[in-house]
Design a protein around this ligand. Structure first.
Ligand code: HEM
Length: 143
């Protein structure tokens, strides 16, 4: 089950990024379709939140497994990233996506657009891209 959830977490990243770009375009070009896409974006990011929370609590590097002997959380790049930096930044981004959905519903394009833009920057900055040292992961499951 753990591998399946990790794969889902990896794939959902692409769906969220795609939906985020489309919703952002709709916000800045004032397209009414934003009502639907912002809903799908919110749903997929909330699924991501649930999977992420499971992983950070009970996953293979989860908090309940504890830190390996001799590791100090704030001094260890890997655990600091996966226990603190990544979850925190992504939760803020998901909150912004949720707020933007509220704005999109009432067609407040401008506010929704800015909230989505900040969410996109946070997500891009916090994904463990393959080029990131020590925390980097593959772009697709099994690649
Ligand atoms: C839009 C939101 C998010 C995106 C785009 C995202 C993206 C990713 C990606 C690409 C990976 C690497 C997966 C792999 O190794 O194949 C990952 C791993 C991970 N993410 Fe997220 N994530 C998001 C939200 C969250 C949240 C909200 C949490 C926790 C509350 C979280 C916790 C984790 C953990 C713990 C791992 C490492 C899992 C492991 O290696 O066992 N993520 N994330």
């Amino acid at each position: 089950m753990e591998t399946g959830l990790l794969h889902l977490h990896t794939i959902l990243r692409w769906i969220i990024l795609l939906l985020l770009l489309v919703t952002l375009y709709q916000a800045f070009s004032k397209k009414e379709g934003i009502r639907k896409t912002s809903l799908w974006l919110m749903i997929s990011s909330h699924i991501m939140l649930v999977i992420g929370l499971y992983q950070v609590i009970a996953g293979r590097y989860g908090i309940i497994k504890g830190l390996p002997e001799g590791i100090s959380l704030m001094k260890d790049t890997f655990y600091r990233f996966y226990w603190i930096e990544h979850p925190l930044a992504m939760i803020v981004a998901i909150v912004l996506i949720t707020l933007a959905r509220g704005k999109a519903k009432t067609l407040n394009y401008k506010t929704a657009g800015w909230q989505l833009l900040v969410a996109l920057i946070l997500i891009l900055a916090s994904i463990p891209w393959p080029f990131r040292q020590l925390v980097g992961r593959h772009l697709f499951p099994g690649s």
